[in-house]
Design a protein around this ligand. Structure first.
Ligand SMILES: Cc1ncc(COP(=O)(O)O)c(C=O)c1O
Length: 368
């Protein structure tokens, strides 16, 4: 099929660009002496996770238990679930994941005694052992236990609780991924985690509580984490990139972050052109997320996208610009790849104008 034959709105990925992004991140992280544990929340497709593993990935991350179930059912056996879970229903499901895949190496992030005791109780009843990674506060003020006695107590509790074991620490500074200036982003990312490594060296190590694994970092901050004590990087968005990441400054502080290129696009149609300056697309916020700003029109910097609600995207043409035609197709560059992808059931792989592949987005909507 050609792109022209594909109905819209459709989610497409440039296969060559995606492959270049995948290889570049693996090489850059390996060159820093770190492991890459790709965060698959960006794509939710087992086949793409397999590709990341075949390039050298040290297992994968999923944000949610539901995503992990999808990945494990597809045969991926080394999964870190990076968001804490709470409630016996979830603890039972976590244990069921172990029982369904006895060869699996799964790890759950926690930040409170409640999690440890709840998971431990279910694990003992099922006769399994659940590995835990403790999320530590690293500036985002989302989940994460504070450094100090509460962290030491939590590690000791895991060590003393049957059915669970202590793997290490997660420190993900999500609030710093999009700091505009490259040098500032790197400096802030290091500053946010330095106290954690100081605490490990001076408090945890002497007590025999040092982490085996320290996991963190994203597409915006991975470069800051050389030589600090991280063992693995959890970056995810680099596979696709998006307009929000591209709009950051690059290493030489030029305007555009060109470390990775935009691979993910949304194929759309102009459905209306009420005035010469205003056209309307068949892609509103149900298929082009706007939580990280507005998407861009590929190759048309003169056109500005404005949300027209759930189903419509309004295009503003600069004065004097050639108008669009009704039925014309446009490729849009999403501002945020994760939330855009989650609205689609299928991802089409394109090479030039040819649609050469498609994948079911098996983890789509699995925020449970
Ligand atoms: C805990 C965690 N780790 C890693 C990532 C991946 O970061 P990025 O997509 O910026 O590479 C995210 C993204 O939200 C995350 O929440």
């Amino acid at each position: 099929m050609t792109l022209d034959e594909l109905d819209t709105p459709a989610l497409v990925v440039d296969l060559d660009v995606m492959e270049a992004n995948l290889q570049a991140m693996q090489q850059r992280v390996s060159a820093r002496g770190l492991k890459l544990r790709p965060h698959t929340k960006a794509h939710k497709i087992p086949a793409l996770a397999q590709r990341q593993l075949s390039l050298g990935g040290e297992g994968i991350c999923t944000a949610k238990l539901g995503e992990a179930e999808v990945m494990a059912d597809a045969g991926i056996m080394d999964i870190l679930i990076t968001t804490p879970i709470a409630h016996p229903i979830k603890y039972q499901r976590l244990v069921a994941l172990y029982l369904a895949h006895p060869e699996g190496v799964f790890c759950q992030v926690v930040d409170h005694a409640e999690h440890v005791l709840g998971i431990g109780k279910c694990a003992v009843a099922a006769g399994v052992n659940v590995e835990l990674l403790i999320e530590v506060e690293s500036g985002q003020q989302r989940c994460g236990v504070a450094l100090g006695k509460s962290l030491v107590d939590l590690i000791k509790l895991i060590e003393a609780t049957e059915g669970v074991s202590y793997r290490g620490i997660q420190a993900y500074s999500g609030h710093l991924q999009h700091v505009q200036d490259f040098a500032q982003r790197q400096a802030q990312a290091r500053a946010a985690v330095l106290p954690i490594f100081d605490f490990i060296d001076n408090q945890l190590l002497p007590q025999g509580l040092a982490p085996r694994v320290v996991s963190g970092g994203g597409t915006g901050t991975y470069q800051a984490y050389t030589g600090l004590g991280f063992t693995e990087i959890q970056a995810g968005s680099y596979i696709f990139m998006d307009a929000a990441y591209r709009a950051l400054a690059s290493r030489d502080n030029s305007r555009q972050n060109d470390e990775f290129s935009n691979a993910l696009k949304v194929w759309t149609t102009v459905i209306s052109h009420p005035t010469p300056e205003r056209a309307v697309l068949d892609a509103g916020m149900k298929c082009l997320s706007i939580d990280m700003g507005m998407p861009l029109v590929e190759g048309r910097e003169d056109i500005r996208y404005q949300s027209g609600g759930d189903e419509h995207g309004i295009l503003h043409l600069a004065e004097g610009e050639v108008s669009l035609t009704i039925g014309q197709r446009l490729l849009m560059l999403p501002s945020h790849c994760d939330t855009t992808l989650n609205s689609y059931q299928t991802l089409y792989g394109i090479r030039g104008d040819e649609v050469v592949q498609s994948w079911d987005i098996a983890g789509r909507g699995r925020s449970d």
